[in-house]
Every structure is written in C-alpha cells, then in structure tokens.
Design a protein around this ligand. Structure first.
Ligand SMILES: *Cc1c(COP(=O)(O)O)cnc(C)c1O
Length: 431
C-alpha cells in the first residue's frame, strides 16, 4: 500500500488546513448563494454528484413533463399531438432553447439523434461547403467517437485526416498551406473530455478561417457550463449532446448548429422526410426545408425531446456567464482542497481558469479503484483511461462544501488503501 499519502491526518486532528478550508467553504457558498440552483434539481441527499459531465442530474419538473407527455399527449390526445402539442416543431423549438445556452440566435440549431450522428452530418455538410479542399484537421486526443466518425467521413469524401493538438493547429494549418494543401474543416472539442482542458474557440476559429477552412466545434463538455458564443465568434458548425451539463437524461437528444449564413447552402447527408420543405406533400423528390429544419432527419424521439426541453428550464433566468463564474470558483476550490489534503496529487486539469473547463482530473495508477472506493463513500465521479479520476463539476447543483467533502473522502480512500480492494479488480461495463 505504497500510494497512501502522508497528509490526511490533519483531517482527524480537527485543526489546521481542514478547519481553514471548512470556513472558506462556508464563506464561498455564501458569496455564491445567488447561483445555487440545487433546489431546481432532484438529487439524493447523501451523494456528492461529480459525474454531471457524463449524466446530468434530474431537474425538477422533468418527471412531470414526461408524465404529461405520456399520459395526456400520447395517452389521451394521441396522434393529434403532432399538431396540438407542438410535437412536429419540437426539434427546432428545443434547438432554439439550446441555442440560448451556446450563443446561437434562433433558427440555427436542431435537436435530435446522437452526437455521433450529428457529427457525421456536420462533417458531411462541411465537405459540401468546401468542395476541392481535401483535409480535415482534428485533435488526436478527441473523444473516440469523434475520431471514428471523422475517419469514416474522411473515407467517404476523400479527405486526409491530419491530427494536431489544438495548441499546434495554427502551425499545422500554416504548414499545410505552405505545401499547397487546402483544409476543408478544423474539427475540435471545446473542452477535452479527459483532461478538462478548455481550448481557445475564438482564436482557433479565426485560425481556421484564415486558412480558408470551416470551424466545427464539439460542445459536449462545454454547453451548459462554459459560455460558447457561437454566433459572436463566427463558428460555422457545432454539435453537442443533451445528457451532460444540459441534464436531458439518459440518451437525451443531441443537436447540430449551422450558422445562418451557411444554412441555405448546407447539404444534409441524411435527407429524411422531416427535412423536406413540404413533408406531407409526400413528394418523391427531396426538397430541403428552409433554415435549421433542413438538418432534421426522420421522426424525432419526442418523449426525450420533451424531457430535454423541461430540463433546460433549470437554466431559466441564469446567464451561462453566472454558471461559469460559479463553476470556476468550485473547481478552483476543489483543486485547492485536493492539493491540501492529498499532497502530491497529480492534476491533469489546468490550474489556469482560462484553460479549465468544468472538471478536475487527478491521475492515479489505481484510478479505477479510487473512483469505485469514492463511490462507496458517496462521492460519485468516474474513471477515464488510462489513469484519470475525473471529478465533473456541474455548478448549478454543487456547493463549495461538497468540494471539500469530495477532497476529504479522496484523502480518506487513499490513506486507508480502499482503492486496492479486491472488489475493484474487475471493471464494470460502464466505468
Ligand atoms: C459524450 C461525448 C460524445 C457522445 O456521443 P454519443 O453519440 O452521445 O454517444 C461524443 N463526443 C464527445 C466529445 C463527448 O464528450
């Protein structure tokens, strides 16, 4: 049991660092009381939930909305609900609601399907908007589905995939230009799912444009946690999922954004009947709808869309900038608590506020065991290959006091060697 740190005895003496941090937690929670939205969520009392970046917590009102959708809209009003309860417009209506959180004016976002499908669609749209260019630049550290889909689309449209760390993208673009290569799209995640690193969306979007390329951003780990401002920064295309910081529930619909200036020219690689200008004309030939509706596919998951719509109300009246300010305070404090109580903790998340998304990751050789032992103590984070204890901080429903609890439990797990328990030697399907 060589990995136990020497530090945590300060916890048990009830003096020094532990007391100071506890007093600070109280003061910080008071200072940030205005953005404490815990009462808008239905969370178990005895859990510190640090996995809202994998599955967001259940917002109050979602269960009622789903019950109404099932019992009244489906059960009683039946097929008329496509008209009377606005089922038909749900993908664009929910898209606009997501747009408010990512800085997209109405009419540019459509919700439905998964991030994987939406990324496939967005990359194909990029290919059609940039005929003659034959390179896609992406981050080798991207979430796996993003890499798989990017390679898949590249094979289909005849692109070369050039991998570059986001920091290196401007130089890579210059090198490609110097050799006469034309880049169709730079496709990156706004926040790295594993490290929590927040990339420079405005700067990298400009760099893509300077190279004649489009900028496509995956917002899975930023939407609902970090201001994105898609319109302000001139982003061309974006995708993201509904079940992380947007709290839409398991398998919640994803979304795709296409800037208004591109929409009239956007080609939908899956031109299903819901993307038709006159779907009920049942015409044999496809004629794309105007606006974001042209990125619809087929019949949307209505119950899930209505759940997501209700979930988004948890953000009502609260600007994303305020959520971000709370998130930064929480992650800064969590980091400080861990550093104080687990000496030598190896952080993977940046210390610098401008470079940190909304999570704190710590490397540990037995990270899987550490996460499981933490869960057993009521602190729910998750494990990411190869060695990351990932503590996601969904600011609306977390407090500074909980950050201290999480750090204390982490220290206690390591001090007692609980991460080495036999029970954690077999991994569950979902880690
Ligand atoms: C969560 C996540 C996904 C998930 O894609 P699904 O199609 O919903 O399975 C994709 N990309 C990134 C960057 C993610 O964080």
């Amino acid at each position: 049991m060589s990995t136990a740190p020497p530090g945590p005895d300060v916890l048990h003496t009830g003096s020094g660092t532990g007391d100071t941090l506890a007093a600070e937690a109280v003061a910080l929670d008071l200072a940030h009381a205005a953005t404490d939205l815990r009462r808008r969520f239905d969370l178990p009392e005895d859990v510190v939930y640090l996995d809202g970046n994998s599955l967001g917590a259940l917002p109050v009102g979602v269960a009622e909305a789903v019950t109404d959708a099932v019992r009244v809209q489906w059960g009683r009003d039946l097929v008329a609900s496509w008209n009377t309860h606005g089922w038909w417009e749900a993908p664009t209506r929910v898209g606009d609601a997501i747009g408010r959180l990512v800085g997209a004016a109405p009419g540019q976002v459509v919700a439905g399907d998964s991030t994987t499908v939406r990324l496939h669609q967005a990359l194909h749209a990029a290919a059609a908007l940039r005929p003659g260019a034959d390179v896609v630049v992406t981050d080798p550290g991207s979430f796996p589905t993003d890499l798989y889909v990017t390679r898949g689309v590249a094979d289909q449209v005849g692109w070369d995939v050039v991998l570059a760390d986001p920091d290196e993208v401007p130089r890579t673009l210059a090198d490609l230009a110097a050799t006469g290569r034309r880049v169709a799209v730079v496709s990156l995640s706004h926040v790295d799912y594993r490290t929590g690193r927040l990339w420079d969306l405005p700067g990298l979007t400009r760099a893509a444009h300077d190279a004649g390329a489009l900028a496509l951003w995956d917002l899975c780990h930023s939407a609902g946690a970090v201001p994105v401002d898609l319109d302000d920064h001139g982003v061309d295309l974006a995708v993201g999922c509904g079940y992380k910081y947007l709290n839409g529930g398991p398998g919640a619909p994803a979304y795709v954004y296409a800037a208004a200036r591109h929409l009239p020219h956007v080609r939908n690689v899956v031109p299903g009947w819901h993307s038709h200008a006159r779907p009920f004309a049942m015409a044999p030939d496809h004629e794309p709808a105007d606006g974001a509706a042209r990125l619809r596919i087929g019949t949307p998951p209505v119950l899930s869309l209505l759940a997501l719509e209700a979930a988004l109300r948890a953000f009502d009246g609260v600007p994303v900038e305020a959520v971000r300010a709370r998130s930064l305070s929480l992650t800064r404090f969590l980091r400080r608590c861990v550093a104080a109580l687990v000496p030598g903790a190896a952080f993977v998340s940046p210390d610098d506020d401008d470079r940190r998304g909304s999570q704190v990751g710590v490397r540990h050789p037995d990270a899987y065991g550490v996460v499981q032992a933490l869960v057993a103590r009521g602190v729910v984070g998750d494990f990411r290959e190869p060695d990351v204890v990932r503590l996601g901080v969904a600011a609306p429903y977390l407090t500074h006091a909980e950050m201290l609890v999480a750090a204390r439990e982490l220290a206690a797990v390591l001090a007692a060697g609980e991460h080495l328990d036999e029970r954690w030697s077999r991994r569950a399907t979902v880690t």
